[in-house]
Design a protein around this ligand. Structure first.
Ligand SMILES: Nc1nc2c(c(=O)[nH]1)N[C@H]1C(S)=C(S)[C@@H](COP(=O)(O)OP(=O)(O)OC[C@H]3O[C@@H](n4cnc5c(=O)[nH]c(N)nc54)[C@H](O)[C@@H]3O)O[C@H]1N2
Ligand SMILES: Nc1nc2c(c(=O)[nH]1)N[C@H]1C(S)=C(S)[C@@H](COP(=O)(O)OP(=O)(O)OC[C@H]3O[C@@H](n4cnc5c(=O)[nH]c(N)nc54)[C@H](O)[C@@H]3O)O[C@H]1N2
Ligand code: SF4
Ligand SMILES: [Mo]
Length: 730
């Protein structure tokens, strides 16, 4: 007897609704749920791979403790005892900042990690907080925070109603969307094109999305700031600025006009590799479209002008009257935890950075974090405040951060390292204790972060599909236990969890909840007190957890709706179009424009449908098919370097190197090589049986001398890295 179960996928930002067919504890099949209110049946190969993930024999089920250099299985009590013995003395001796935390990408996808990750960071009280956000979207968070007043007030394209979509540095046909939750991008794009709309893509590579676009323009890596500034300049000089409804909600239009005045299309064309006339035409097309949206992603964030790029994208949206209007770039309203609903509507304190600085590189704190790419120097540089212990939470920085291989060596200098992870992999092999998370299918699922970035408002809650083993704690319980250990508290995990719930609702309210503990209880509190909630009975037609449990397809909360000025939290109560910090940074862009530019090859990254960053290469269903880990190079560069398809190349940065199989293709522009990150599964001592059969190379082994950042956000430069390529003799 089989049964159907419905569940939102926890792998990527698309949050597809999936239909599982189960035979008892066995997963018979996984397909897209056709009646899901958000994804309407869409699924990608990684959703299907949840079966392999759940069944992966390499997925850790028991804690591991390193004894004399070798991992041995341990009970949970033994693992916690080991941590209690070794971690608190480091804090006592060297202070709180001696312990760093690094939190990775799955924290954005698992409610357990998303809702309880902060507890451990707070319990330690360390300034040394690192996350994958500074390898990813921090520039967008910073620019949005400066303009709109909070870190997660990010405007996303209203693709279902737009007529013109300009994408820079994103490949949603493969990534399925990012900082923009947009399941079935292909279907939504087809609908856009069918109603006469257009998509234009700016990218150094003719990506899958570029191939589906109505127009594609190759841009030199790192030059987006120039391109965008020239579009803005054109809007002003050609009289195309039309603020519409936003006129009364804006500060700084004249300052922006002054700041871009030198960035004429003619001046930037050669540095961008895009003709001046094309830049002008794009400006005219955005302004002329009934409804348009500009969107920039990884390619625009992970470069030296990440924050400027992210800002200029929204400057264009604002100046063409497309911000916060249907078919433009709009602010989602999530059913729970919507940080852009916190505080008084319409005005707030805004955001600040640089309240304190990192010890070695003196980088400003941004959203309470230091740049992930600085973790190694904080470990390696002796002195007061040196990092001596590390907790990684669902992160693999050895493969994901620039100079990751060197970071791996630094990890061995730590006095103590704990990893909360599901694999013994390139990073966790350096740990002293590994604490395994449960399978995602054994947990409830709610998208804490991604509902705040979704192209359509919906609410979907998935209860656990399988029961976990009774002696395996949930990750939220592990995080609370670690918090108790570092604070020297004897409180039970249960009591700590109750205290967290009690801090947001009185006992009468807690007593009426369906969920009695953990993330589900916090989600229930969030939903019922949220913008669509039942207010614990005050608004009986409102959303409750019970209603969501009764509606596995989810509840449609409607298309995005205009939210300005309510969404704003700036001190002025207006959109700050010209934040001081960004105007100042335009000088750096100007120096870049006047500079001589880059000779030689630069490396950019890419993603593939059958991958998810570094950690799904161990799943047989995804490992099948053609080799995804290839260095793509233009035929003219391949000839110069003396490499050919199928051969192996050695790629060298200023520091570090890796080897990768060559794929000659005209898809990348001359001067650019393209390597995926997250590979390199041939380090000693890892337990990834399937991945090790096709290890690939760690593209992040390559770094630049003097790490490169976007100085405002601390985001690492991961695209446009200068490299050389040479053949590896067979
Ligand atoms: N060159 C280059 N580098 C990049 C990028 C790029 O485009 N180019 N992209 C960057 C981006 S956008 C990101 S987000 C980062 C990602 O950087 P990271 O988050 O550091 O790396 P991931 O590969 O996502 O690793 C996730 C880790 O979580 C573990 N994990 C998976 N599921 C679970 C779970 O349920 N529980 C627990 N506890 N652990 C789990 C995995 O085993 C793995 O160790 O990489 C960045 N690095
Ligand atoms: N299948 C799959 N999906 C994923 C992931 C995955 O690993 N695999 N990872 C997830 C994560 S963590 C994230 S953050 C998202 C990322 O989502 P996307 O941003 O859509 O990711 P990418 O596919 O890396 O696309 C980045 C694009 O930027 C281009 N690019 C590089 N440098 C520049 C530049 O200087 N200027 C411009 N204009 N473009 C440039 C690259 O050629 C590439 O086409 O994807 C998520 N989804
Ligand atoms: S697109 Fe993302 S959310 Fe959808 S099935 Fe694939 S991995 Fe899961
Ligand atoms: Mo990411």
């Amino acid at each position: 007897m089989t049964e159907k179960r419905y569940r939102v996928c926890s792998i990527c930002e698309a949050t597809c609704g999936l239909e599982f067919t189960l035979d008892g504890e066995e997963i018979v099949s996984i397909r897209g749920n056709d009646t899901d209110v958000f994804s309407h049946g869409f699924i990608c190969p990684k959703g299907i791979a949840l079966k392999d993930l759940h069944n992966d024999p390499d997925r850790l089920k028991t804690p591991l403790i390193k004894r004399d250099g070798v991992f041995v299985e341990a009970s949970w009590d033994e693992a916690f005892a080991e941590i209690a013995k070794r971690l608190p003395p480091i804090i006592q001796k060297y202070g709180k900042d001696a312990v760093a935390t690094y939190s990775g990408n799955p924290g954005a996808h698992k409610a357990s990690l998303g809702l309880y990750g902060g507890v451990i960071r707070k319990a330690i009280g360390t300034k040394n907080i690192f996350t994958a956000s500074t390898l990813d979207q921090m520039p967008k968070q910073l620019s949005s925070g400066l303009m709109f007043g909070s870190w997660l007030s990010i405007a996303v394209p209203d693709i279902d109603r737009t007529d013109y979509l300009l994408i820079l540095g994103g490949n949603p046909l493969v990534s399925n969307g990012s900082i923009w939750t947009v399941a079935d991008f292909r279907g939504r794009l087809k609908a856009l094109q069918a109603r006469g709309g257009k998509m234009v893509v700016i990218d150094p590579k003719r990506s899958e999305t570029a191939k589906a676009a109505d127009a594609y323009h190759a841009i030199k890596p790192g030059a987006d700031g120039l391109f965008l500034a020239a579009v803005v300049q054109t809007l002003f000089t050609e009289g195309l600025v039309d603020l519409g409804r936003l006129e009364n909600h804006l500060n700084g239009v004249a300052d922006v006009e002054a700041a871009v005045s030198g960035f004429t299309p003619q001046a930037v064309a050669a540095r961008c590799g895009i003709e001046a006339e094309t830049i002008k035409q794009i400006a005219r097309d955005i302004a002329g479209a009934e409804r348009a949206a500009v969107y920039g992603r990884i390619g625009t964030c992970t470069q030296e002008f990440g924050t400027l790029n992210s800002w200029l994208v929204d400057v264009i949206n604002v100046l063409t009257g497309n911000l916060d209007r249907e078919g433009g770039a709009m602010f989602p309203k999530a059913a729970a935890f919507a940080s852009n609903l916190r505080g008084k509507p319409g005005q707030g304190r805004g955001i600040i950075t640089g309240r304190y600085h990192s010890r070695v590189g003196v980088h400003p704190e941004v959203a309470g974090e230091f740049p992930a790419a600085c973790l190694a120097e904080e470990i390696e540089t002796p002195g007061e405040g040196q990092v001596r212990a590390l907790i990684t939470i669902a992160g693999n920085p050895v493969l994901s951060s620039p100079g990751g291989e060197a970071l791996g060596e630094a990890l061995d200098q730590l006095d103590f390292m704990v990893s909360l992870d599901i694999y013994l992999n390139e990073t966790t092999r350096h740990a002293d204790v590994i604490l395994p998370g449960v399978s995602p299918l054994e947990e409830e699922h709610w998208d804490t972060a991604l509902n705040q970035l979704a192209t359509h408002n919906t609410a979907r809650f998935s209860p656990p599909m399988f029961e976990k083993s009774p002696d395996h704690p949930f990750e939220w319980e592990v995080l609370l236990k670690l918090a108790a250990i570092v604070s020297g508290s004897n409180e039970t995990v249960e009591a700590m969890d109750d205290a967290i719930a009690a801090s947001s609702a009185p006992k009468e309210v807690l007593d009426m909840l369906v969920a009695k503990s953990g993330p589900a209880r916090l989600v229930e509190l969030g939903i019922r007190s949220g913008p669509y909630g039942d207010g614990f009975g005050q608004n009986p037609d409102g959303l409750t957890l019970q209603k969501l449990l009764d509606t596995p397809d989810g509840i449609d909360l409607g298309p995005l709706a205009p939210r300005i000025p309510e969404v704003l939290r700036t001190p002025s109560g207006k959109i700050e179009l010209a934040p001081e910090m960004l105007l100042e940074d335009m000088k750096r862009l100007n120096a870049f424009l006047k500079g001589s530019g880059q000779d030689g090859l630069v490396m950019i990254g890419r993603r593939a449908l059958r991958t998810n960053n570094s950690w799904m290469h161990n799943l047989p269903v995804l490992a099948k098919g053609p080799n995804l880990c290839t260095l793509q190079i233009h035929p003219s560069d391949a000839e110069n370097a003396g490499v050919e398809t199928g051969g192996k190349a050695r790629v060298k940065g200023n520091k570090g190197q890796f080897d990768m199989v060559i794929e000659v293709t005209e898809d990348v522009m001359p001067g650019v090589v393209c390597a995926p990150h997250g590979w390199g599964h041939d380090y000693d001592g890892i337990a990834l049986t399937v991945a090790a059969q096709n290890p690939g190379g760690n593209s992040n082994a390559v770094a630049t001398d003097g790490l490169r950042f976007d100085p405002l956000s601390g985001n690492a430069v991961l695209n446009g890295i200068p490299v050389t390529v040479e053949p590896v003799p067979a």
